[in-house]
Design a protein around this ligand. Sequence first.
Ligand SMILES: CC(C)(COP(=O)(O)OP(=O)(O)OC[C@H]1O[C@@H](n2cnc3c(N)ncnc32)[C@H](O)[C@@H]1OP(=O)(O)O)[C@@H](O)C(=O)NCCC(=O)NCCS
Length: 152
Amino acid sequence: MSEDFRSRVKLPEGFRFLREGDIKRPFRTGDKAMDKYALRDYYAWSLLPNELVVLYEVGGDIAGIIEMTANEDHMMIEMVARNILVAASGVGTRLMSVAENVARQLGKDEIRLESLDGVVAWYDGPLGYEEYTDRFYDPEFGWLTPKRKFMR
Ligand SMILES: CC(C)(COP(=O)(O)OP(=O)(O)OC[C@H]1O[C@@H](n2cnc3c(N)ncnc32)[C@H](O)[C@@H]1OP(=O)(O)O)[C@@H](O)C(=O)NCCC(=O)NCCS
């Protein structure tokens, strides 16, 4: 992610971009496939063009993380997870709300993601995501359901 791209986004209080100095900090999602990746990997992804990795901090601890890619006409959420090593509530919902905030700042009115099987109901609830095409099998993450949301 270029500095220029990052400088176009102002994050709400409690959120900040992942930094190289974070990569050794403890982080675990509780999902076996997602936990193959550590903060070191998220940091490497954050250096790619159009990629943003945002942390949510509570009391100085990393409570959650979200990785997003800005595509031409939509924002794609690549990864979102709370840190099971840190006690905090409403982390996932806050991360999804920051994704909307960031998308708006970048002029996108649509967010897409591919949901793991165990969290489809979470996206369907108050978050308001809808399935827009068929579920498919991914060798690494299992069944994934493409979902999206248009923001007013
Ligand atoms: C999915 C995830 C990000 C949700 O974060 P969270 O901090 O637990 O969620 P919140 O506290 O914001 O959730 C609020 C509500 O969603 C519900 N919820 C949480 N996980 C859920 C799930 N898997 N399915 C259905 N509802 C769920 C909670 O019960 C809560 O409901 P309530 O307000 O009625 O009590 C988190 O469980 C996580 O990191 N999971 C492992 C990684 C993962 O699967 N990421 C998504 C990849 S597509």
